[in-house]
Write a protein that binds this ligand. Structure first.
Ligand code: ADP
Length: 700
């Protein structure tokens, strides 16, 4: 109560002062207008402003407006300004005084446009304009919503507004930038416009419910404000509205308040217009005084150019932030809206030279690393050098040892070399000897070759001689056989006593003659045959004949003698075997073998076995005679070879029988002969003759 009384007292004092001021002005204007008669004809614009001229906001807006309108309008405008304190003007008596004052002040001047700024200014013009400026076009800057409705019903009126809702935008932006904030302090002056803005903020916050708790502080002095806000919890923020006057009605400016208060606060402050930007607030969705000034000039230009119907022009807001405050309250730039301006960027040395510093640190680190590496390598090098020296020493020792070993080996090698050289020389000498020998051998070989040729020649001659000899023997034997036949014939006749009786001695002698003659004839016959064979002139005549008959014929020749000896003769052969070969020579061979079997056997039996095989006929003549020693077997078929035995003389013989038989078998009959014998037990002679053999009938 006490305080309210104080405020009322102060208000009365201010009212008195204002009336006095107006009275002084009125007197001055009166004197001046009297002197300035007739009326000033220049283009005039009246600006009614509820912001004190001390506010940076109004000055900034006005500067831009004046500059712009003078650029737009062809002739220079004369602009008059009237400050209407909103609180005071609400008093009807004061308002009436002010209107009176304005009437007197501007009675002779013709305004082309009246501009009202801020809600209180707009209110004054809306309520009292007709009383002092009827029919003059009116332009309202930043009216309230209710005022807009009233203005729109007027014929010659325009409005300048802000595009976005800067207060609501900022209130929402605080929450985005500082999500932890739950407690908001809304601060405003006690002026009429201040309260208008406070009322708007209340409306928005009541509607949006952005914060858990909201505290409204109105018209406090800076000291009071600091005191009030210092008790604020940490999760708080300040929304600074306008500050035109304190509770005592004393004019104040928002800039003043912010400058004094914000450095002492432990919580961030925000606001909604750019005049206070850079004075301690973080930022927000800010209206721009310059934008207002420009828009106001454009709107004024339109009205001055004759546009009279109601219209609205808007000035844009923008998100602006004080870089220093962002840093102070640790607000990351990522939380800022995309379209924003960040000013007062003060880069720290780190911010400014971050990459250079990082680079330098990296460089130093690199250098340090390199130095470390260098030192490490040096150390390693020293270690290596030591190791190397050790290895070298070891190597030298090893080399020394090896050299010694090598020298020893070398000496050994030299000795070996010497030996080798001596050996080489020996070998060389041997080689020469060998060469000599070779030469000699070559000479001998050539001699031998010559000899061989001579021998071959001699052989040829010998063969020729042999042939001639055989021919000679053959012809001689033939010549011998004729007289021998007559000797044998006549001896036989004489022995048969056909030519007279003979005494025993004569008979015996003649018998010896006949035996010798027969032996000689046989010998000659054999010699003739051998000669014929050796000279290649033996006759051969192949025919088909009965082997059975041939065997019988051969057996018959010895039958009597066998029986005389008391021996047995056996023949074993298939019933009918015929073959194709030289019959006479085969018979001769068989008789020879049978004759031998008979001659060299004293008892037992003689057997003939005929075995016709696939391609050959095998004739085996076996006896149980004296047999032949194994050592004598190879000699049997040589000419004139006879095996010594007790029967040698008794049997008689030439040693040509088997030789001739073999020759006949091999060269005439194209067969082979073989013998198996056991001394004292008997012998078997086998002839194999190739022949076309058929059993049962004669072959063709
Ligand atoms: P030889 O006219 O002496 O009988 P061969 O040439 O017919 O001459 O025989 C040579 C020798 O072979 C004979 O002297 C005899 O010693 C021996 N010989 C031949 N056939 C028989 C046989 N069947 N048994 C024992 N010895 C034989």
């Amino acid at each position: 109560m006490h305080c309210t009384n104080c405020r009322n007292g102060l208000f009365k004092v201010w009212r008195l002062v204002l009336i006095l001021l107006l009275a002084v002005q009125f007197l001055g204007v009166g004197m001046h207008s009297a002197a300035a008669q007739p009326a000033d004809s220049a283009d005039r614009v009246l600006v009614i402003n509820s912001q004190p001229y001390t506010t940076e906001w109004f000055n900034s807006l006005n500067d831009r407006f004046v500059e712009e309108i003078n650029r737009l309008q062809p002739s220079e405008l004369k602009i008059s300004y009237e400050y209407i304190d909103g609180n005071i003007a609400n008093d009807p008596a004061v308002a009436a005084t002010v209107i009176e004052f304005l009437k007197h002040k501007y009675q002779l001047r013709q305004f082309r446009l009246i501009i009202a700024i801020m809600p209180s200014g707009c209110k004054f013009l809306l309520e009292h304009g007709d009383k002092f400026a009827q029919g003059i076009p009116q332009l309202y800057v930043l009216p309230t919503l209710q005022q807009v409705e009233k203005i729109s019903s007027r014929p010659q009126a325009g409005i300048v507004q802000s595009t976005g809702n800067a207060i609501l935008g900022t209130l929402q932006n605080i929450k985005t930038l500082l999500p932890h904030v739950r407690h908001l302090y809304v601060v405003a002056g006690a002026g009429a416009d201040d309260q208008e803005y406070m009322a708007r903020a209340r409306r928005y916050l009541g509607h949006e419910k952005l914060y858990d708790q909201v505290t409204y502080l109105s018209g406090l002095d800076t000291t009071e404000l600091v005191h009030a806000l210092s008790a604020a919890p940490k999760d708080s923020a300040v929304m600074m509205l306008t500050y035109v006057a304190n509770r005592q009605g004393q004019p104040m400016t928002t800039v003043q308040v912010l400058k004094t208060v914000t450095p002492l606060l432990h919580i961030p402050a925000f606001s909604f217009y750019d005049t206070v930007f850079g004075q301690g607030i973080v930022g927000g969705n800010l209206t721009s005084t310059e934008a207002y000034g420009e828009t106001l000039a454009a709107a004024a230009d339109r009205m001055l150019s004759g546009e009279q119907r109601f219209f609205v022009m808007t000035a844009s807001t923008r998100y602006m932030y004080d870089w220093r405050q962002l840093k102070r309250w640790k607000i990351p730039e990522a939380r800022l809206p995309a379209e924003r301006q960040v000013r007062f960027v003060e880069y720290t040395v780190w911010d400014r030279y971050r990459w250079e510093i990082i680079g330098a640190i990296l460089l130093i680190a690199l250098q340090t690393g390199l130095i470390g590496l260098l030192l490490y390598y040096r150390k390693r090098q020293a270690q290596l050098a030591t190791t190397l020296r050790q290895i070298n020493a070891q190597l030298e020792m090893t080399v020394e040892e090896r050299t010694k070993e090598l020298t020893d080996s070398n000496e050994e090698l030299t000795a070996a070399n010497e030996e080798l050289r001596a050996l080489n020389e020996q070998m060389f000498a041997m080689n020469e000897t060998l060469d000599d020998l070779n030469r000699k051998m070559a000479a001998e070989i050539s001699e031998k070759e010559q000899l061989s040729e001579t021998l071959a020649e001699a052989n040829r001659k010998l063969k020729e001689l042999d042939r001639m000899k055989s021919m000679f023997i053959a012809s001689m034997s033939h010549e011998l056989r004729t007289p021998l036949n007559s000797i044998i014939g006549f001896t036989g006749i004489t022995l048969q006593e056909m030519s007279g009786p003979l005494n025993e001695e004569q008979k015996d002698n003649l018998s010896r003659v006949k035996r010798s003659a027969n032996h000689l004839l046989a010998l000659i016959t054999d010699v003739i045959d051998i000669s014929k064979i050796e000279s290649g002139r033996i006759d051969s005549y192949s025919q088909t004949f009965s082997l059975n008959e041939l065997v019988k014929e051969a057996v018959d020749t010895i039958q009597t003698q066998v029986e005389d000896k008391g021996m047995v003769l056996e023949v074993s052969m298939p019933a009918e075997v015929s073959m194709f070969t030289d019959r006479r020579r085969l018979l001769q061979c068989l008789i020879n073998l049978l004759s031998n079997a008979m001659k060299y056997s004293e008892s037992g039996k003689i057997s003939v076995e005929v075995r016709p095989l696939k391609q050959t006929v095998e004739l085996a003549v076996s006896d149980t005679g004296i047999g032949i020693a194994e050592a004598d077997l190879p000699k049997l078929f040589e000419p004139f070879e006879r095996v010594k035995s007790h029967l040698q003389v008794k049997a008689g013989g030439t040693g040509l029988g088997l030789y001739l038989t073999k020759k006949l078998v091999m060269e005439v009959l194209k067969g082979e002969i073989d013998v198996q014998s056991i001394q004292g037990q008997g012998s078997t002679f086998i002839i194999r003759i190739p022949a076309r053999v058929e059993e049962g009938r004669a072959a063709l």
